[in-house]
Design a binder for this molecule. Structure first.
Ligand SMILES: C[S@@+](CC[C@H](N)C(=O)[O-])C[C@H]1O[C@@H](n2cnc3c(N)ncnc32)[C@H](O)[C@@H]1O
Length: 238
């Protein structure tokens, strides 16, 4: 089952609003703090960061600025967003499908809150192709298949959208209408959130699926007050 935002028919105006809320919410919650600390403590093969599946770009930009380990940031997505991007980043405005693109060791890749969008075969292929290219990748998954996570995601998509939008997002007329008058944003954020929890996997499942026989892949579970995150770190080939 695919998230609504992964369908080509999903309208861009909803995609932008949904991506922005999810990205801002994740940064606002502080859930990426342990991951940022990990990035600071690790030595990387490259100082060029590439955030694949970047959505709003908000978490990628936040991690780039906070980690201080990288000199440049590139963002890309299968569904590129039409919005104003900061001058210090490179945004690929053509569709970049992670299932078709070529990886290169010139970049350290990150994939934030997006790995659960792919089925097992696709996940295996992403890791394999990145590994064959000798590239480094960090995958951060902030959802787990638990009841607590489903409740949190549902609350974030309903009450969270209504209460937090004015504080964490820049308010526009379109956002106001889609949040308070015709609350489509809340509906799509909640639906995609629940689908995502069902598709998410535990640390042990990722270890069995991907890391059991792969010495270059570490699967960690980090957590702080905002909740747990599962980090899959693919080391670059020596
Ligand atoms: C839940 S959003 C996460 C966005 C962002 N990384 C964040 O943390 O806010 C998942 C993103 O994956 C993108 N995506 C889904 N399938 C993709 C593919 N095959 N190639 C590239 N991006 C894809 C979607 O367009 C969406 O922006």
């Amino acid at each position: 089952m695919k998230e609504l935002e992964d369908h080509t028919w999903f309208p861009d105006f909803l995609r932008v609003e949904q991506a922005e809320f999810i990205g801002q919410m994740a940064v606002f919650s502080g859930i990426y703090k342990p991951f940022i600390q990990l990035l600071k403590n690790c030595v990387h093969n490259s100082d060029s960061l590439h955030d694949l599946c970047s959505g709003s770009g908000v978490p990628g930009l936040h991690i780039f600025n906070a980690s201080t380990s990288f000199k440049s940031l590139t963002l890309s997505d299968k569904f590129p967003l039409q919005k104003q991007w900061p001058d210090n980043i490179r945004y690929l405005s053509i569709s970049t499908d992670i299932l078709e693109m070529e990886f290169t060791p010139q970049y350290c890749y990150i994939l934030l809150n997006a790995f659960h969008h792919f089925n097992e075969e696709e996940q295996n292929s992403i890791i394999k192709r990145c590994q064959e290219a000798g590239a480094e990748m960090y995958i951060a998954e902030i959802l787990e298949p638990t009841l607590m996570c489903a409740i949190k995601v549902f609350l974030a998509g309903t009450i969270g959208v209504l209460l937090l939008t004015p504080f964490i997002c820049k308010m526009t007329w379109r956002k106001f209408i889609l949040t308070y008058l015709i609350p489509l944003n809340s509906i799509t954020v909640s639906i995609d959130g629940i689908i995502s929890v069902f598709k998410s996997k535990s640390q042990s499942r990722y270890i069995n699926q991907l890391a059991k026989d792969n010495k270059q892949l570490n699967v960690l579970r980090l957590s702080n007050l905002a909740g747990p995150s599962i980090i899959l770190h693919l080391q670059a080939c020596a």
